[in-house]
Design a protein around this ligand. Structure first.
Ligand SMILES: NC(=O)c1ccc[n+]([C@@H]2O[C@H](COP(=O)([O-])OP(=O)(O)OC[C@H]3O[C@@H](n4cnc5c(N)ncnc54)[C@H](OP(=O)(O)O)[C@@H]3O)[C@@H](O)[C@H]2O)c1
Length: 273
């Protein structure tokens, strides 16, 4: 990560995703005095492993002469319309970054002016342990410096990539933004199946969670793609092949995940209206 730029960051909203990012930055030794947080809910602040000293309940509490390099909106898409315009006064000096599902660049331009530098991103919660993935695109005002800010923030918490085609953001949201929930659901359902098959709850959960951790690490460190890794553990006529004949049938996991991703894409598009 490029440390040289060391920007000041104002993060608006310290919920699940906002705190995942802040925890990730703190874990990467981003200077806590450079991080400013706006969060009206005191409970969220208490929950953060707190080295941050710059807390505000609203932008009105910010000194008039403070202009952050980056303003990152980490609030729910549904309240963006009412909250974002309060930050217009920063537009000459700040780069605006959104992590909101569904809200497109045009939407932010309508609230902040089309002369503002706006970056739309989609991160995910593994960012809190430095294993996130974030994709971004920007409007015509995003300079090389703005892009550097994006990579500074998001390479600190995992992988980061810049794309040109904003239309891909709904699909990216449905695959990686929502994706951790699909994996957690797999852990839950595998564990439930173990209980149904006679294991006690602790044992079933331990087996399912560690299997997902181990398999994820194999995906990370092996040079093989997922299909090859799957084939490697599937002996002809064996137990895994028997299980996969169910998971991979017509109504199996492939069709379910495709339907889930399509539904998430539709929701992302609906949020943009
Ligand atoms: N969660 C994910 O996995 C994920 C992944 C990718 C992207 N995102 C995006 O991240 C954004 C935040 O999602 P989230 O799941 O982190 O939501 P969240 O947990 O509800 O966090 C939002 C936080 O913002 C606070 N807030 C409300 N009004 C505010 C205001 N005017 N100024 C500053 N803070 C305010 C909320 O406080 P209250 O609780 O008091 O309302 C809450 O603590 C969304 O746009 C979502 O699309 C989320």
């Amino acid at each position: 990560m490029t440390r040289v730029i060391n920007p000041t960051i104002l993060i608006v909203g310290l919920g699940k995703m906002g705190s995942a990012l802040v925890n990730g930055w703190l874990g990467q030794n981003v200077d806590p005095t450079k991080i400013h947080v706006i969060e009206p809910n005191p409970n969220q602040i208490k929950e953060l492993n707190c080295k941050i000293i710059n807390f505000y309940k609203s932008p009105n509490e910010i000194d008039n002469d403070f202009f952050p390099d980056i303003i990152l909106f980490a609030i729910k898409p549904q309240i963006m319309d009412s909250v974002v315009p309060e930050y217009q006064r920063f537009k000459e000096k700040s780069t605006f970054i959104s992590i909101a599902a569904g809200k497109n660049i045009l939407f932010f331009e309508s609230l902040l002016g089309n002369d503002s530098a706006i970056i739309r991103t989609m991160p995910n919660t593994p960012a809190s342990i430095g294993e996130g993935i974030t994709i971004a695109c920007g409007n015509k005002n995003t300079s090389q410096k703005c892009k550097k800010y994006f990579f500074y923030l998001f390479e600190a918490v995992g992988q980061a990539e810049w794309i040109v085609d904003e239309n891909l953001m709904d699909a990216i949201t449905a695959v990686s933004g929502s994706g951790p929930a699909y994996v957690f659901l797999l852990a839950e359902t595998l564990s439930n199946a173990g209980v149904k098959a006679g294991l006690n709850k602790n044992m079933a959960q331990k087996l399912s969670v560690q299997t997902i951790i181990g398999s994820s690490l194999m995906l990370k460190y092996s040079e093989e793609n997922p299909s090859v890794l799957r084939n490697n553990v599937t002996s002809p006529g064996g137990t895994t092949e028997a299980a996969l004949s169910i998971l991979m049938n017509e109504k199996g996991l492939n069709s379910l995940i495709c339907e889930a991703v399509e539904t998430a894409i539709k929701r992302s598009r609906a949020l943009s209206k």
